[in-house]
Design a protein around this ligand. Sequence first.
Ligand code: PLP
Length: 396
Amino acid sequence: MSNAPRRAGRHFLQIPGPTPVPDRILRAMDMPVIDHRGPEFKRLSLRVLSGIRTIFKTASPVVIYPSSGTGAWEAALLNTLSPGDKVLMYETGHFATLWKNIAVKLGLQPEFIASDWRSGADAAAIEARLSEDKAHTVKAVCVVHNETSTGATSRIDEVRRAMDAARHPALLMVDTISSLASIDYRHDEWGVDVTVGGSQKGLMLPPGLGFNAISDKALAAAKAARLPKSYFGWKEMLAANKDGFFPYTPATNLLYGLAEAIEMLHEEGLDRVFARHERHAEAVRRAIRAWSLEILCRDPKYYSSTLTAVLMPDGHNADVLRAAALDKFDVSLGTGLSKVAGKVFRIGHLGDTNDLTIIATLAGVEMALRLVGVPHKPAGVAAAMAYFAETARGDN
Ligand SMILES: *Cc1c(COP(=O)(O)O)cnc(C)c1O
C-alpha cells in the first residue's frame, strides 16, 4: 500500500506505447481462463488468426507469440537467417539500434546505415548499397516503419521500390510495432517478407503479444535458415495454428482482447483510424510550433502520426518537465531514449484517443512548461483547438 493519496479521475497515459486500453477490450478479456486444447479456444484462435491478417493487409499467415515486441524482432531474424549472414539495417533511432544489437548477439553481420535520428530511412541510400552488392551477400534489409524514439515514419513503399530497382533478392523485414493499426501499412502490396508487430500500441491491448506476418518467400527462406531456434520456431507454430492451436500455452485472455480490438478497428474502419491519427498528429505539431518549440523530426515527409518528439530549449531538461507533468497533472509523457535522453520528450497520440484526449494532453504539457519555467509562448493548446474546430467533420 502506498501512502500517496488517491488520485481522482483517469491517468493520461500519453506515451507512445503502451497506450490506454479501452474499456471494451478490458471487458472482453475479463473471462475465465479456458482449456487451450479445447473447442472454445479453437474457435477464438481461428477467429483472431484470420482477423489479424486484415490488420497487416496480408493473405499470408500471421503468427502470434506470447512475447513482447522484442521477441517478435528476434523471431523474424531467427527463422529466416543463418550464422554470419549479412543484414542491411537503417539507424532511424533507438529502436533500430536495439534490433541491430539483437542481430549482433545472434551471430549475424549487420551493416548499419547511420543517420542523425531526425528523419526516416533514405530509400536511395538503401538502393545504392544494394546495387553495390552484386554477389547478393546481403540476405535481408531491416527497417523500422515508425521509429518510436524520434517520431519519424519511413516509407516502406519506397524501400520496396529501391530494392526492386537494385534487382536485389534480399528479404525485406519491417518493424511496425508502433505503427500497426494507426498508420497505413500493407504487408502484401509492399512485398514485405516479415512484418513484426506488438500488442500494446496501435492495437490498444496490454503488452504481451508479438506478431510475425510471413510471406511465401520468408517461408521458403525459413527452410534453409540455420540459426538455432526453439520457442520462436515458425514451423511448429504454423503447424499447430492450422487447426487453431498453439505448440505451447498461449496468452488466452489477451487473445480475447485481440478479437475485440480487431472488431473495433473494423467498426471504425481502418482508413478512418489512419485519418484520425493524422489529424491528431497535425494538431500536436501545431501546438508545438505555437509554443515556439522544435519538432525532432526535421522533414515533414517523415512526420509520424502516432507520436511526436519535442526538442527542449538549451539548458532545459526534458525529464524535469515530464516529472512535473506526471506529478502535478497526472499525464505520462515519453522520455528521451539514449542519444536524445534529457533533450526530448515524446507525446504519444496513438491508440484509443479522441480530440479531447489530445487537448487535455497538450494542456498538461503547456501547464508543465509554465510550471518548470521553460521559455515558450502559451499558445499551443489554443492552436490545436482552432485546428480541431476548423476541421471538425461529421465523420471524425
Ligand atoms: C515498443 C517498440 C519496440 C519494443 O517492443 P517491446 O514490446 O517493448 O519489446 C520495438 N520497436 C518499436 C518500433 C517499438 O515502438
